[in-house]
Design a protein around this ligand. Structure first.
Ligand SMILES: [Zn+2]
Length: 344
Protein backbone atom coordinates (compact mmCIF):
# COMPACT_ATOMS: atom_id res chain seq x y z
CA UNK A 1 0.00 0.00 0.00
CA UNK A 2 1.54 3.32 -1.09
CA UNK A 3 0.41 6.36 0.87
CA UNK A 4 1.22 9.79 -0.61
CA UNK A 5 3.43 11.30 2.10
CA UNK A 6 3.85 14.60 0.22
CA UNK A 7 0.10 14.93 0.33
CA UNK A 8 0.07 14.31 4.11
CA UNK A 9 2.73 16.97 4.69
CA UNK A 10 1.08 19.53 2.38
CA UNK A 11 -2.32 18.86 3.92
CA UNK A 12 -0.96 19.28 7.44
CA UNK A 13 0.84 22.52 6.54
CA UNK A 14 -2.42 23.81 5.06
CA UNK A 15 -4.73 22.76 7.92
CA UNK A 16 -2.43 23.98 10.68
CA UNK A 17 -2.47 27.53 9.32
CA UNK A 18 -6.25 27.76 9.68
CA UNK A 19 -7.09 28.74 13.27
CA UNK A 20 -9.59 26.46 15.01
CA UNK A 21 -9.24 26.68 18.79
CA UNK A 22 -11.95 24.84 20.75
CA UNK A 23 -15.40 25.83 19.49
CA UNK A 24 -14.16 28.12 16.67
CA UNK A 25 -15.30 26.49 13.42
CA UNK A 26 -15.92 29.47 11.12
CA UNK A 27 -12.64 29.37 9.22
CA UNK A 28 -11.84 25.65 9.02
CA UNK A 29 -15.22 24.31 7.91
CA UNK A 30 -15.07 26.08 4.51
CA UNK A 31 -11.62 24.53 4.01
CA UNK A 32 -13.06 21.08 4.81
CA UNK A 33 -15.76 21.70 2.19
CA UNK A 34 -13.05 22.40 -0.42
CA UNK A 35 -11.20 19.20 0.53
CA UNK A 36 -14.44 17.18 0.38
CA UNK A 37 -15.18 18.56 -3.08
CA UNK A 38 -11.82 17.26 -4.33
CA UNK A 39 -12.98 13.78 -3.27
CA UNK A 40 -16.51 14.32 -4.69
CA UNK A 41 -17.83 14.18 -1.13
CA UNK A 42 -20.21 16.57 0.56
CA UNK A 43 -20.05 17.95 4.09
CA UNK A 44 -22.99 17.82 6.46
CA UNK A 45 -23.12 19.47 9.88
CA UNK A 46 -24.83 18.96 13.19
CA UNK A 47 -26.07 21.99 15.09
CA UNK A 48 -22.73 22.56 16.81
CA UNK A 49 -20.95 22.54 13.44
CA UNK A 50 -19.27 19.15 13.65
CA UNK A 51 -18.39 18.37 10.03
CA UNK A 52 -19.37 14.96 8.64
CA UNK A 53 -18.34 13.31 5.37
CA UNK A 54 -19.84 10.00 4.27
CA UNK A 55 -18.23 7.35 2.08
CA UNK A 56 -20.43 4.61 0.75
CA UNK A 57 -19.26 1.07 1.44
CA UNK A 58 -19.44 -2.19 -0.50
CA UNK A 59 -21.81 -3.31 2.22
CA UNK A 60 -24.22 -0.52 3.12
CA UNK A 61 -25.91 -2.35 6.01
CA UNK A 62 -23.27 -1.27 8.49
CA UNK A 63 -21.74 2.13 9.28
CA UNK A 64 -18.45 2.77 11.04
CA UNK A 65 -17.12 6.17 12.07
CA UNK A 66 -13.62 7.60 11.85
CA UNK A 67 -12.98 10.76 13.83
CA UNK A 68 -10.21 13.36 13.94
CA UNK A 69 -10.88 16.49 15.92
CA UNK A 70 -10.61 19.92 14.34
CA UNK A 71 -10.25 21.86 17.56
CA UNK A 72 -6.87 22.86 18.90
CA UNK A 73 -5.76 24.44 22.12
CA UNK A 74 -6.28 28.17 22.34
CA UNK A 75 -7.02 31.05 24.67
CA UNK A 76 -9.79 33.48 25.44
CA UNK A 77 -9.61 37.06 26.73
CA UNK A 78 -10.50 37.02 30.44
CA UNK A 79 -10.18 40.73 31.15
CA UNK A 80 -8.23 43.83 30.20
CA UNK A 81 -5.73 45.12 32.75
CA UNK A 82 -5.39 48.83 33.57
CA UNK A 83 -2.05 48.91 31.71
CA UNK A 84 -3.57 47.54 28.49
CA UNK A 85 -2.38 43.94 28.89
CA UNK A 86 -4.88 41.11 28.47
CA UNK A 87 -5.50 38.43 31.07
CA UNK A 88 -6.44 35.07 29.59
CA UNK A 89 -8.28 31.81 30.16
CA UNK A 90 -7.17 28.61 28.48
CA UNK A 91 -9.27 26.78 25.90
CA UNK A 92 -8.31 23.16 26.57
CA UNK A 93 -5.36 21.85 28.57
CA UNK A 94 -2.46 23.71 27.02
CA UNK A 95 0.84 24.24 28.82
CA UNK A 96 1.28 28.00 29.26
CA UNK A 97 5.00 27.66 29.99
CA UNK A 98 5.35 26.10 26.56
CA UNK A 99 3.41 28.93 24.91
CA UNK A 100 5.54 31.65 26.48
CA UNK A 101 6.71 34.35 24.04
CA UNK A 102 4.65 32.82 21.24
CA UNK A 103 2.86 35.13 18.83
CA UNK A 104 -0.90 35.22 19.22
CA UNK A 105 -3.82 36.80 17.40
CA UNK A 106 -6.85 38.24 19.18
CA UNK A 107 -10.03 38.12 17.10
CA UNK A 108 -12.82 40.50 18.07
CA UNK A 109 -16.42 39.42 17.64
CA UNK A 110 -16.81 41.90 14.77
CA UNK A 111 -13.93 40.22 12.93
CA UNK A 112 -11.00 42.55 13.58
CA UNK A 113 -7.69 40.84 14.39
CA UNK A 114 -4.75 42.11 16.43
CA UNK A 115 -1.45 40.34 16.95
CA UNK A 116 0.39 40.20 20.22
CA UNK A 117 2.70 38.04 22.29
CA UNK A 118 2.05 35.79 25.24
CA UNK A 119 4.40 36.85 28.02
CA UNK A 120 4.98 36.02 31.64
CA UNK A 121 4.30 38.87 34.09
CA UNK A 122 7.96 38.44 35.14
CA UNK A 123 9.02 38.50 31.52
CA UNK A 124 12.67 39.47 31.68
CA UNK A 125 15.58 37.91 33.54
CA UNK A 126 17.25 41.34 33.72
CA UNK A 127 14.36 42.83 35.65
CA UNK A 128 12.54 40.19 37.67
CA UNK A 129 14.25 37.91 40.21
CA UNK A 130 11.55 35.23 39.79
CA UNK A 131 11.60 34.94 35.98
CA UNK A 132 13.11 31.46 36.20
CA UNK A 133 10.83 30.18 38.93
CA UNK A 134 7.44 31.85 38.64
CA UNK A 135 4.81 29.29 37.68
CA UNK A 136 3.23 30.11 34.34
CA UNK A 137 -0.53 30.00 34.85
CA UNK A 138 -3.64 31.99 34.02
CA UNK A 139 -2.76 34.51 36.72
CA UNK A 140 0.87 35.07 35.78
CA UNK A 141 0.62 35.14 31.99
CA UNK A 142 -0.55 38.10 29.89
CA UNK A 143 -0.97 39.08 26.27
CA UNK A 144 0.90 42.20 25.26
CA UNK A 145 -0.66 43.59 22.09
CA UNK A 146 1.46 44.77 19.15
CA UNK A 147 -0.39 48.10 19.34
CA UNK A 148 0.49 51.39 20.97
CA UNK A 149 -1.91 50.91 23.88
CA UNK A 150 -1.25 51.53 27.56
CA UNK A 151 -4.69 51.58 29.19
CA UNK A 152 -7.85 49.54 29.35
CA UNK A 153 -9.72 52.27 27.47
CA UNK A 154 -7.26 52.24 24.57
CA UNK A 155 -7.64 48.47 24.24
CA UNK A 156 -11.43 48.71 24.36
CA UNK A 157 -11.24 51.33 21.60
CA UNK A 158 -9.73 48.59 19.39
CA UNK A 159 -12.96 46.64 19.83
CA UNK A 160 -11.36 44.02 22.11
CA UNK A 161 -13.56 42.74 24.94
CA UNK A 162 -13.79 39.87 27.41
CA UNK A 163 -14.56 36.55 25.70
CA UNK A 164 -12.67 37.33 22.50
CA UNK A 165 -10.98 34.30 21.06
CA UNK A 166 -7.18 34.09 20.84
CA UNK A 167 -5.28 32.02 18.28
CA UNK A 168 -1.80 30.81 19.19
CA UNK A 169 0.66 30.78 16.30
CA UNK A 170 1.30 27.18 15.18
CA UNK A 171 5.03 27.93 14.79
CA UNK A 172 5.35 25.24 12.17
CA UNK A 173 8.48 23.81 10.55
CA UNK A 174 8.92 20.77 8.34
CA UNK A 175 12.53 19.57 8.18
CA UNK A 176 14.32 17.93 5.25
CA UNK A 177 14.61 14.84 7.47
CA UNK A 178 10.84 14.44 7.74
CA UNK A 179 10.19 15.94 11.17
CA UNK A 180 7.20 18.17 11.74
CA UNK A 181 7.72 20.65 14.57
CA UNK A 182 4.53 22.52 15.22
CA UNK A 183 1.72 23.18 17.59
CA UNK A 184 -1.53 21.40 16.88
CA UNK A 185 -0.17 18.22 15.30
CA UNK A 186 -2.89 17.19 17.77
CA UNK A 187 -5.02 16.73 15.83
CA UNK A 188 -4.35 18.29 12.44
CA UNK A 189 -1.64 15.73 11.77
CA UNK A 190 -4.31 13.05 12.20
CA UNK A 191 -6.75 14.96 10.00
CA UNK A 192 -4.06 14.95 7.29
CA UNK A 193 -3.61 11.18 7.75
CA UNK A 194 -7.38 10.71 7.41
CA UNK A 195 -7.49 12.65 4.14
CA UNK A 196 -4.46 10.70 2.86
CA UNK A 197 -6.33 7.43 3.55
CA UNK A 198 -9.39 8.72 1.67
CA UNK A 199 -7.09 9.82 -1.18
CA UNK A 200 -5.57 6.33 -1.32
CA UNK A 201 -9.01 4.77 -1.73
CA UNK A 202 -10.10 7.33 -4.34
CA UNK A 203 -6.85 7.14 -6.37
CA UNK A 204 -7.19 3.35 -6.54
CA UNK A 205 -10.95 3.28 -7.14
CA UNK A 206 -11.50 1.34 -3.93
CA UNK A 207 -14.62 1.41 -1.80
CA UNK A 208 -14.53 0.91 1.95
CA UNK A 209 -16.00 -2.37 3.17
CA UNK A 210 -18.75 -0.62 5.15
CA UNK A 211 -20.24 2.86 5.03
CA UNK A 212 -17.85 5.26 6.73
CA UNK A 213 -18.88 8.42 8.51
CA UNK A 214 -15.88 10.74 8.89
CA UNK A 215 -16.42 12.97 11.90
CA UNK A 216 -14.60 16.27 12.49
CA UNK A 217 -15.70 17.79 15.81
CA UNK A 218 -14.68 21.04 17.57
CA UNK A 219 -14.90 20.18 21.28
CA UNK A 220 -12.47 17.29 21.89
CA UNK A 221 -10.04 19.34 23.96
CA UNK A 222 -12.77 20.05 26.49
CA UNK A 223 -14.08 16.46 26.56
CA UNK A 224 -17.22 16.99 24.47
CA UNK A 225 -16.10 15.84 21.02
CA UNK A 226 -18.26 13.61 18.81
CA UNK A 227 -21.02 13.43 21.38
CA UNK A 228 -23.62 13.41 18.60
CA UNK A 229 -23.36 11.32 15.43
CA UNK A 230 -25.51 11.77 12.34
CA UNK A 231 -26.51 8.12 12.17
CA UNK A 232 -26.28 4.67 13.71
CA UNK A 233 -22.61 3.75 14.06
CA UNK A 234 -21.37 0.32 15.19
CA UNK A 235 -17.65 1.04 15.46
CA UNK A 236 -15.92 4.32 16.16
CA UNK A 237 -12.22 4.84 15.48
CA UNK A 238 -10.67 7.97 16.95
CA UNK A 239 -7.56 9.08 15.09
CA UNK A 240 -5.68 11.11 17.64
CA UNK A 241 -2.09 11.58 18.75
CA UNK A 242 -0.12 8.80 20.37
CA UNK A 243 2.23 9.49 23.26
CA UNK A 244 5.96 9.10 23.84
CA UNK A 245 7.36 8.52 27.31
CA UNK A 246 8.91 6.09 29.78
CA UNK A 247 6.07 3.54 29.67
CA UNK A 248 5.23 3.96 25.98
CA UNK A 249 6.51 1.63 23.27
CA UNK A 250 5.47 4.02 20.49
CA UNK A 251 7.90 6.33 18.74
CA UNK A 252 7.68 9.02 16.07
CA UNK A 253 8.01 6.48 13.26
CA UNK A 254 5.18 4.21 14.34
CA UNK A 255 1.43 4.30 14.65
CA UNK A 256 0.30 3.96 18.24
CA UNK A 257 -2.74 1.88 19.13
CA UNK A 258 -4.15 2.99 22.46
CA UNK A 259 -5.46 0.09 24.56
CA UNK A 260 -6.47 2.17 27.57
CA UNK A 261 -6.49 5.79 28.61
CA UNK A 262 -7.55 7.81 31.65
CA UNK A 263 -11.22 7.08 30.94
CA UNK A 264 -10.94 3.33 30.47
CA UNK A 265 -10.03 0.53 28.07
CA UNK A 266 -10.82 0.64 24.36
CA UNK A 267 -12.81 -2.26 22.89
CA UNK A 268 -10.76 -5.45 23.22
CA UNK A 269 -11.57 -7.12 19.90
CA UNK A 270 -11.56 -3.90 17.86
CA UNK A 271 -8.14 -2.97 19.26
CA UNK A 272 -6.79 -6.48 18.60
CA UNK A 273 -8.14 -6.33 15.04
CA UNK A 274 -6.28 -3.07 14.37
CA UNK A 275 -3.02 -4.54 15.69
CA UNK A 276 -3.53 -7.51 13.36
CA UNK A 277 -4.14 -5.20 10.37
CA UNK A 278 -1.00 -3.21 11.23
CA UNK A 279 0.98 -6.45 11.22
CA UNK A 280 -0.54 -7.56 7.89
CA UNK A 281 0.26 -4.20 6.24
CA UNK A 282 3.81 -4.10 7.61
CA UNK A 283 3.12 -0.87 9.55
CA UNK A 284 5.45 -0.09 12.42
CA UNK A 285 3.07 0.00 15.37
CA UNK A 286 2.95 -0.12 19.15
CA UNK A 287 0.16 -0.80 21.63
CA UNK A 288 0.25 1.51 24.63
CA UNK A 289 -1.72 2.70 27.65
CA UNK A 290 -2.02 6.41 28.46
CA UNK A 291 -2.23 7.83 31.93
CA UNK A 292 -3.57 11.32 31.34
CA UNK A 293 -5.48 11.27 28.06
CA UNK A 294 -8.98 11.03 26.63
CA UNK A 295 -10.39 11.05 23.11
CA UNK A 296 -13.46 11.70 21.00
CA UNK A 297 -14.11 7.96 21.20
CA UNK A 298 -14.70 7.80 24.94
CA UNK A 299 -16.55 11.14 25.07
CA UNK A 300 -18.80 9.76 22.34
CA UNK A 301 -19.75 6.59 24.23
CA UNK A 302 -20.13 8.57 27.45
CA UNK A 303 -22.72 10.61 25.58
CA UNK A 304 -24.70 7.41 25.01
CA UNK A 305 -23.67 6.19 21.57
CA UNK A 306 -23.91 2.40 21.31
CA UNK A 307 -20.68 1.27 19.69
CA UNK A 308 -17.23 -0.27 20.03
CA UNK A 309 -14.36 2.21 20.20
CA UNK A 310 -10.67 2.24 19.35
CA UNK A 311 -7.95 4.84 19.05
CA UNK A 312 -4.89 5.09 16.78
CA UNK A 313 -2.47 7.86 15.85
CA UNK A 314 1.11 8.96 15.32
CA UNK A 315 3.25 9.16 18.45
CA UNK A 316 4.14 12.77 19.20
CA UNK A 317 6.75 14.47 21.41
CA UNK A 318 5.90 17.27 23.88
CA UNK A 319 2.16 17.00 23.42
CA UNK A 320 0.00 20.04 24.09
CA UNK A 321 3.10 22.14 23.63
CA UNK A 322 5.06 22.81 20.47
CA UNK A 323 4.96 19.22 19.33
CA UNK A 324 7.16 17.04 17.15
CA UNK A 325 6.17 14.14 14.92
CA UNK A 326 7.74 12.37 11.97
CA UNK A 327 6.09 11.92 8.61
CA UNK A 328 6.61 8.14 9.03
CA UNK A 329 4.20 8.10 11.97
CA UNK A 330 1.58 9.99 10.00
CA UNK A 331 2.12 7.65 7.05
CA UNK A 332 1.73 4.53 9.20
CA UNK A 333 -1.43 6.02 10.69
CA UNK A 334 -2.88 6.63 7.21
CA UNK A 335 -1.86 3.13 6.14
CA UNK A 336 -3.48 1.42 9.11
CA UNK A 337 -6.59 3.56 8.66
CA UNK A 338 -6.83 2.66 4.96
CA UNK A 339 -6.46 -1.02 5.86
CA UNK A 340 -9.28 -0.68 8.38
CA UNK A 341 -11.52 1.07 5.83
CA UNK A 342 -10.94 -1.69 3.28
CA UNK A 343 -11.13 -4.69 5.62
CA UNK A 344 -13.75 -3.42 8.01
ZN1 LIG B 1 -6.19 15.23 20.30
Amino acid sequence: MKIDTNYIADMFLKLVQVPSPVGYYSELNPVLEDIAREFSLTVQYDNKKTAFMKLEGENTDKTVAVCAHCDTLGLMVRSIDGDGMLKIRKLGGGCLANMENESVTVRTRDGRTYTGMLICRSHSVHVFPDTHTLERNEDTVRIILDENVHSKEEVEALGIQNGDIVFVDPHCEYTKTGYLKSRFIDDKGCMASCFAAIKYLKDNNLKPKYNVLFVFPYYEEVGMGATYLLEEVEEFLAVDIGLIGPDCAGNEHSVSICAKDAVGPYDYEFTSKLAEYAKQEGCKYAIDTYFSYGSDANSSIKAGNNMRIANIGPAVYSTHGRERAHIDGLENTAKLLAAYLLKG
